[in-house]
Design a protein around this ligand. Sequence first.
Ligand code: LLP
Length: 417
Amino acid sequence: MDAFSYRGGCLNCDDLPAAELASQVGTPCYVYSRAAIEQQYRTLTDAFAEADPLICYSVKANGNLAVLELLRGLGSGFDIVSGGELFRVRHIGADPSTVVFAGVGKTDREIREALDAGILMFNAESSSELAAINRVAADLGTTARVALRLNPDVDPQTHHYITTGKKENKFGIDFETAAGIVARITDYPHVRLVGYHGHIGSQVTDPKPHAESLGKLIEFANQCAPANSEIEYINIGGGFGIDYQPGQAVPPSAFAKLLVPVIREAGKKLILEPGRYIAGNSGILLTRVVHVKRSGGRRFIVCDAAMTDLIRPSLYDAYHAVWPVLSDAPFEENGCGPADVVGPVCESGDFLAKGRHLPDVQQGDLLAVFSAGAYGFAMSSNYNARTRAAEVLVDGDTYRVVRRRESYEDLIQQELP
Ligand code: LLP
């Protein structure tokens, strides 16, 4: 199933013409497909079925409450990285025993809130954090379940900004240091070490680095058993890549083929934290052309969406396919002159696409920016006092605005005279 396809000269999201959505909701506007989210979730769970993993959807990819609710309904747990994300998953009534809490800088307040909520475990990233978890748990008269996040020093072959498991990255703990911590785990009597965690990076398109990391995690688990608890879980994080362009990614089954036999042999419970795989290609960003200008021998298509709506091109030089919503020839790049698709923000780094062969679009035309469901709205900002876009969830031939467009009043609401 392809949630976003051209029918009769117009891009559709499921059974709804995108042009209709744009005229009813306005632009810029994020459009998500319920069916696509569900299909991605099921494809992943089916691929790993033999290992019966706990899937903890990574809220940071797309934390809209409607998306979280939908995933909760499918049986997903959640991977969170802040008190704010905890608040979100509690708001939608997530089962706390399916929530894992990652991140290098958890504060005492966040630790307390998570313990109060009764989350499944923390993914702890330092001895300093273990001490804090131990202290807060003692205050509350409880014991905290913890997985130690290891840094396996594996290169996931992705953009350096989203590489997390190499030794120069701030994430996790190297094996030698971690072994020392495990040896002294009884120094933290309010901590019960139940797992090892190792997220190596994002948009990983080769399963081998994941397999290498899992192998290292299991070897560590075999060698470093805590004195007073059992290692039940191995959490390999997320990172499953998607097609921003055809043919980039491999299906989850290719990951599962390498990982499932190893985890079964080890007899541990597997946790996965997919974000992009679930949400990325389940969403697009709709934008309208405000002006077309030519200067310095270039064609600039100036849109009403900007880096404030989708920062990935500016931040990572990320490729997102862009194409007119009304088109008989989707992605027929031949014969179209190059253009830069830019936003109105006062930064030369404000672009959605560069040097693309796009048709001769006009002021008022609609463009779709594809693969925008993950790390799109989630990373948006109000820079240049821009109001954030609306978000819409399509279900078959109906839709629901799941976040209204921000107003000017919203922009100043928190400020004090
Ligand atoms: N687990 C942990 C501990 C993570 O740090 C992340 C992502 C995930 C799971 C989910 O990874 P995913 O399955 O989505 O690849 N803003 C960047 C991506 C940053 C990812 C940060 N951590 C982007 O737009 O590409």
